[in-house]
Design a binder for this molecule. Structure first.
Ligand code: AP5
Ligand code: ZN
Length: 216
């Protein structure tokens, strides 16, 4: 199963990805998480991308494509994957097709989590993420059991630098039109499943589960 997760910032991709990888046994490959790990580790890649992430801007295609190409060659990606946050541009979508053609593993599903802009804003401003494992929480919609402590690993919960209002506005502007274009691109190929991302977290997952099982 080769799955792409499309959705604007805050749509719930990371939240849902955790259940998908567990139930379907495919790795969660999230370009945003990979960039943040590189920044935290102070690698050359991290230094190169930090300015883009902090400002909410897209990392240049060439660099992003290189990172994904390398990741897809890892042993755990050979039996399927969930790509979260990639592709985000048309050149990235074309590059992904080429990479998958090389390994004869075409995409099987593109899940598009649809959420209104108003809802996205309240989700992003209330989000807290685990410094250690990256798990995503929300102060009202999805709080941790103990304030500022991750349920999964006990790590500290923090606000992502790009969840500050200025960067949020840039991220939405950067991604809105591009996401619609990608949705149209995959719909034309019969791969797109639109999921109502405004339902409670468990209901969104039920819909995703049925789609991936081929029950809708
Ligand atoms: P990335 O990390 O991919 O960020 P994003 O797309 O902005 O997505 P988010 O992580 O903000 O949102 P999400 O959909 O995962 O929502 P979440 O589940 O956390 O990218 C970051 C940056 O990296 C980019 O800005 C760019 O600089 C760079 N980058 C990454 N990929 C790139 C690429 N391909 N090309 C170029 N640059 C790239 O949920 C959000 C909140 O809502 C949480 O608080 C959660 O608890 C809550 N929530 C979730 N679901 C629900 C629900 N159903 N009801 C109520 N609350 C909910
Ligand atoms: Zn954690």
């Amino acid at each position: 199963m080769q799955v792409v997760f499309l959705g604007l910032p805050g749509a719930g991709k990371g939240t849902q990805a955790a259940n998908i990888t567990q139930d379907f046994g495919i790795p969660h490959i999230a370009t945003g998480d990979m960039f943040r790990s590189a920044i935290a580790a102070g690698t050359p890649l991290g230094k190169e991308v930090q300015g883009y992430l902090d400002a909410g801007l897209l990392v240049p295609d060439e660099l992003t494509i290189r990172v994904v190409r390398e990741r897809l060659q890892a042993p755990d990606a050979q039996n399927g994957f969930l790509l979260d946050g990639f592709p985000r541009t048309q050149p990235q979508a074309v590059a992904l097709d080429e990479m998958l053609a090389e390994i004869s593993r075409p995409l099987t599903h593109v899940l598009y989590l649809v959420v209104s802009q108003e809802e996205l804003l309240s989700r992003l401003t209330g989000r807290r993420v685990c410094k250690k494992c990256g798990a995503s929480y929300h102060v009202i919609f999805n709080p941790s059991r103990v304030e500022n402590v991750c349920d999964r690993c006990g790590g500290e919960l923090i606000t992502r630098p790009d969840d500050e209002p200025k960067a949020v506005a840039v991220r939405l502007r950067e991604n809105m039109q591009r996401t619609e274009e990608l949705a149209a691109f995959y719909a034309a190929r019969g791969l797109l499943a639109k999921i109502d991302g405004e339902q409670p977290i468990g209901h969104v997952y039920d819909e995703i589960w049925r789609t991936l099982r081929g029950e809708t």
